[in-house]
Each structure stands twice: as structure tokens, then as C-alpha cells.
Design a protein around this ligand. Structure first.
Ligand SMILES: [Zn+2]
Ligand SMILES: [Zn+2]
Length: 451
């Protein structure tokens, strides 16, 4: 891990090298494309989410659910962090193929290269996305994007944390055609960010646009678990791929979308969200009698189970129109407000984490990411109103305050009391707030039980 991060740190430091040094290896300074783009785009995304939320409340459409939104954005934070540390994997192999296997290299300065690369990237994305729905191993990663049982702009940022490990395989054909890594990375970011706006229910049908590009109507279908909508509309931008490969489905008025996955997550824990399907496959693989089934579990379509395992551990038949119940554990307003305030603080911390990446030692970058990750896990448990996570959250606040006091500094080497004192005070106030909210919750539960 340390070696990986050190390598990343070395590569990220290239962004600050003089042009003359960088130009000797033009690939070195491109692996920060994603984190820089995210840092720039996040304020815009959050502003649009706030706007959609306000319209939602004014129109009383109720497309937003606090804990679901926080969980989706938490998954986005986890995804960005993991990609920051492991994104170099795909870049390394892509560069290697361009340098060793591509018969020629296309010029990054020619506009035609960019147009070709964008269309090619969109095609590769189609197949990455389609395999993400039809092969268990890839679904285990992509499932994160589909777990939300709501559908709004926060769902767009609900990205898988494990995508950086394997998804790059699907873009190697671009490397074989000599498309420079810098072009591939930038068109990838543009294509990804385009997919933000279709995640809304506030925009209806868009006429001819719905037949040519990805729009909210097309993408609502993709996120629905209804039988006729399942595994449809995989495209990122150009709808032609779905039409060409037979996966297009139009949204129907008589079939309202039911969002979410059939094997419900039933959790607000962003780490479990990234692991639960791998764990389910590992269990089936472990219990399977034959070696071929043990392997097949990982490559068969999602939901496929070995016959002996299905007989021993049967699952109930599931019809979303009858059996689907949204996950929504009860909690009081004080705990909801606590969750929102803590999440806003963690988003601010994550922005600082991204800004500090090129300036801080690798170990501190890892420590800061693990702090944010652990905090998001605790927060998810708090929103589920689970006692063990309320205790863990209290421990997190106390430990954070004590460590900051002992070090006399916050991440980034800030030793200014004007920073340290508010950080410690925030933990202390949060601890008091958590205690009051938990006590009020316990009293409500007792009153309900007595009634
Ligand atoms: Zn999908
Ligand atoms: Zn989506």
C-alpha cells in the first residue's frame, strides 16, 4: 500500500515540475486529471443538487430522502478517494499498450483525434457498462451506482469505489488505436460529467433528444428494477449504441419506474455498499460443491447461483411491484440534523483532502482518507440509528478531539490555534448533540413500546 501511494505521490508531484522536465515525459502530469476535475466540478454539482432539492420541496414531489442522499454522496467520496490512490493502475497499462502495441500514435493537438476519442470512449463505456450488468464480477463493482432507491442528482455521484481496479481493461482498444492517454483521460472525465444531469425526475420527456442521446427519461429506465426496464439503456452519451446492440427501452407511462436493486442493500454504510455483492458471491462460491461452479459464480450473470447452493440457501421469489419496500429505519429530527451537519463537515474535509494531495506526505494522505472513510461509516450507522454506531461515533469524535489537541495541528500541518480550537470545539459540541439526540431517540422508543 505504502509503495503504491508513494508511487502515486511521485507521479502527482510531476504536476508541479517545470515544463521542461515534464515535457520529457508528457504522461506523468496527467494522472491528476480526475481529482482536479472533481475538485472543480463538485461545487457546481452541489449547487445543482441544492437547486433540485429546493424545487423538489416546493413542488412536493419528495424525490429526496436525507439518508439516501448522504449515502449516495458518501459513496462518491469513497470512489474519488480510491481512484486517487489506484487510478494509476489503468493509466500505467494504457500507456504501456500505447507505447508497445499501438502501430501509430494520433496527434493530441488535432481536433479530429478528440472527436474520434470521444465517440470511441463512449463505445468502450457502453461495453464496460453492459458487462457491469451482465457479469457478476463487474456487477459487484457497478451495483453501487444502482443501490439508491431514490432517483435524483445525488444518485449521479454514487459511483463505485472498486471501478479503478478493472474498468480500465475496456478502454485498451483506444490505446491500441494510438489515442494519447491525456486525450483518453480528459474525454473520459467529460463523458462522465455529462452523465450527471440525466439523474433527475424533474425533467420529463425531451422529444427527439430521447431518441438520440442519454436523457433523464432514458436513464430513469436504466435505474429501474421493473422487469421490462431491467438491463436496458447502457449508454453514456450516444443512444446509437443501445439501438445498435439491442438494449434500448423507452420509458412507459403505464409502468412507473421502481428504483434500486432487487437484492436490497438495506444499509447506509458506504463501505458495505461497495463490498456486499462480492461477499454474496464469495459465500456462494465457498458453498458450491463443484469447482466449475465455484469459478462460474464470478462470471455468470448477476443472480445466477449454483443449484446445490440455491437448494441449501434458498431465496424468496421477488416481484418489485409487490415485494419492494424502501429502506428507511426511523430516527428523530435531531439525529437527522446531526447527520446533515456532520456530512457537510466531512465534505469540507474531503475538499481539503483533495487540495492537499500534491502537498502532503503519502502517509498523511492515506491517514486523511482513512479518517474520512471511517467517519462516513460511523455516520451511515448513526443514520440507521444503530446503537453500536452511536457509540462508535462518540468514540470517533472523542478520539479526533484528543488527537488534534495532542498534535496541536490539523491535516495540512496547520498549527494555528485559530484552526485547532474550532476543530476541537466542533467535536465537543457534536458529542453533546449526539448524546442529546440519542437520549431523545431512546425515550421515544420507550414511549412507543409502552403504548
Ligand atoms: Zn448501470
Ligand atoms: Zn446512473
Amino acid at each position: 500500500m505504502a509503495g503504491v501511494v508513494a508511487n502515486y505521490q511521485y507521479r502527482i508531484s510531476a504536476a508541479t515540475e517545470p515544463d521542461a522536465v515534464r515535457s520529457s515525459n508528457p504522461c506523468k502530469n496527467m494522472d491528476t486529471t480526475y481529482s482536479k476535475a472533481v475538485a472543480l466540478a463538485v461545487p457546481v454539482f452541489l449547487a445543482l443538487i441544492a437547486l433540485e432539492f429546493i424545487v423538489d420541496r416546493v413542488k412536493r414531489t419528495r424525490y429526496y430522502h436525507l439518508a439516501d442522499g448522504i449515502n449516495s454522496l458518501s459513496c462518491g467520496v469513497v470512489s474519488t478517494g480510491v481512484r486517487v490512490f489506484f487510478g494509476f493502475l489503468g493509466i500505467f497499462f494504457y500507456e504501456w499498450v500505447v507505447l508497445h502495441w499501438a502501430p501509430f500514435q494520433l496527434p493530441a493537438k488535432h481536433w479530429g483525434t478528440w472527436v474520434f476519442a470521444f465517440v470511441f470512449y463512449d463505445l468502450c463505456y457502453y461495453w464496460q457498462h453492459r458487462w457491469g450488468h451482465t457479469v457478476g464480477l463487474f456487477w459487484a463493482s457497478h451495483v453501487v451506482h444502482h443501490q439508491s432507491e431514490e432517483f435524483n442528482l445525488t444518485t449521479a455521484l454514487r459511483q463505485p469505489g472498486t471501478g479503478a481496479f478493472l474498468n480500465w481493461i475496456f478502454y485498451l482498444p483506444m490505446a491500441l488505436c494510438g489515442i494519447p492517454v491525456s486525450v483518453m483521460l480528459l474525454v473520459g472525465v467529460i463523458q462522465l460529467f455529462y452523465q450527471f444531469w440525466p439523474h433527475t425526475q424533474l425533467i420529463g420527456r425531451l422529444g427527439f433528444l430521447d431518441r438520440w442521446i442519454q436523457t433523464p427519461s432514458n436513464h430513469r429506465v436504466h435505474h429501474a428494477q421493473n422487469d421490462i426496464y431491467l438491463d436496458k439503456n447502457y449508454v453514456g452519451v450516444f443512444l446509437i449504441w443501445d439501438r445498435l446492440f439491442g438494449s434500448y427501452q423507452e420509458e412507459r407511462d403505464e409502468e412507473p419506474c421502481i428504483y434500486g436493486i432487487r437484492g436490497q442493500l438495506n444499509s447506509w454504510n458506504p463501505v458495505w455498499a461497495n463490498l456486499h455483492y462480492y461477499v454474496a458471491m464469495a459465500k456462494d462460491s465457498w458453498h458450491a460443491g463443484s469447482w466449475s461452479d465455484k469459478v462460474r459464480v464470478w462470471f455468470a450473470p448477476p443472480g445466477w447461483r449454483p443449484a446445490d447452493v440455491a437448494a441449501r440457501f434458498p431465496k424468496r421469489p421477488y416481484d418489485p411491484r409487490v415485494d419492494f419496500v424502501k429502506f428507511d429505519p426511523p430516527r428523530n429530527v435531531a439525529l437527522s440534523a446531526y447527520g446533515l451537519v456532520q456530512f457537510v463537515a466531512l465534505i469540507a474535509a474531503n475538499s481539503q483532502f483533495l487540495a492537499l494531495l500534491p502537498k502532503q506526505a503519502a502517509a498523511l494522505n492515506v491517514a486523511y482518507f482513512l479518517f474520512i472513510l471511517g467517519s462516513l461509516v460511523c455516520l451511515g450507522g448513526v443514520l440507521e440509528n444503530r446503537r453500536e454506531f452511536l457509540i462508535a461515533e462518540a468514540a470517533r469524535l472523542t478520539a479526533t478531539a484528543l488527537l488534534v489537541l495532542a498534535a496541536g495541528a490539523w491535516f495540512g500541518g496547520v498549527r494555528d490555534p485559530r484552526v485547532v480550537v474550532p476543530v476541537v470545539a466542533f467535536q465537543a459540541v457534536s458529542l453533546g448533540w449526539l448524546w442529546l439526540a440519542a437520549r431523545a431517540g431512546a425515550r421515544q422508543q420507550t414511549a412507543v413500546a409502552a403504548a
